[in-house]
Write a protein that binds this ligand. Structure first.
Ligand code: ATR
Length: 277
């Protein structure tokens, strides 16, 4: 008996730039699964309707990207731990009468750091720049790895304080130091890992960060991919090891693939082939 083809999509606005269809097609080819996966543009005020239409068309699952991750969280009837804490969803599973919301962004970041870039987070001193959805989506996964200290900074410091308060219970349970420092007052001391989770690079804007935070031996990571930011260029000039967020993109997709199909795809060859483009 031939297996029924399953249907998936990524929903966003804009969506034409999305690499997710390519990534999931590569995973399906490698694992021998029979699926289709398309990019769907949802009008900005029509996210719910777009999802209900896709469910009516027998979609099995969906990835959700900007600007709909919060709306996807609100739409889901059940949430994974990571989605509940981030209050954002990037992966939906459609099951009979349930819509289950997951968030694989944090797992994607941590796997890229630990498995592809060989940098363990345990007992490390980490600086996370940004306090929007991208930053909030990864903090819990980072705390789980028990760094010695996680320092949050952002142009608007009130947002960082709010995240610190929200994370307090998890900080205590993982016994991690979570601190907030104003971006203009960052110490020049050594951070093992510095992560840019802001959207400044999208507009080629400067972050307003003192470049003395970059040191030889640190890993400096920008969640953006597809273009080299001035943040990465400056870190390279100071001798830091650097990475963009392409690996995170592929790893978060691999975790979504695992949620839907219960198979872990290989990611290294997919990252390499996307980088070669
Ligand atoms: P995302 O979902 O991509 O995180 P967001 O929720 O709009 O998008 O958050 C954008 C983040 O990038 C915020 O931390 C924002 O800083 P503010 O909270 O001060 O707005 C940060 N950001 C964007 N442009 C920036 C810039 N030019 N300099 C510094 N930070 C910037």
């Amino acid at each position: 008996m031939t297996e029924l083809k399953k249907h998936f999509a990524v929903i966003g606005n804009p969506i034409h730039h999305s690499l997710s269809p390519q990534i999931h097609a590569a995973f399906a080819k490698e694992t021998g699964l029979h699926i289709d996966y398309e990019a769907v543009l949802s009008p900005l005020n029509q996210f719910k309707n777009t999802i209900y239409q896709l469910i009516a068309q027998k979609l099995n699952g969906a990835n959700v990207t900007l600007p709909f991750k919060k709306e996807a969280y609100e739409l889901a009837s059940q949430h994974s731990n990571h989605a509940r804490i981030a209050e954002a969803v990037n992966t939906l599973e459609f099951k009979e009468d349930e819509i289950i919301g997951h968030n694989t962004d944090g797992i994607g970041l941590v796997r890229d750091l630990e498995q592809n870039l060989n940098v363990d987070l345990k007992s490390k001193k980490i600086l996370l720049i940004g306090a929007g959805g991208a930053a909030e989506g990864v903090i819990y996964s980072m705390l789980e790895k028990k760094p010695s200290e996680l320092i949050l900074t952002n142009r608007t410091i009130e947002k960082t304080n709010a995240i610190q308060n929200k994370m307090d219970v998890h900080v205590k349970s993982f016994d991690v130091n979570l601190n907030v420092i104003e971006i203009s007052k960052l110490p020049h001391q050594y951070f093992d890992i510095i992560i840019n989770a802001t959207s400044a690079g999208l507009n080629n804007a400067e972050l307003g960060i003192d470049h003395k935070v970059f040191h030889e031996g640190s890993l400096v990571y920008d969640m953006m991919y597809g273009k080299e930011t001035s943040f990465i260029r400056e870190a390279q000039s100071k001798g830091s090891k650097t990475s963009d967020g392409l690996g995170m993109l592929v790893e978060q997709a691999a975790e979504a693939f695992f949620i839907w199909h219960h198979i872990k795809p290989q990611t290294k060859s997919v990252i390499e082939s996307l980088r070669a483009l």
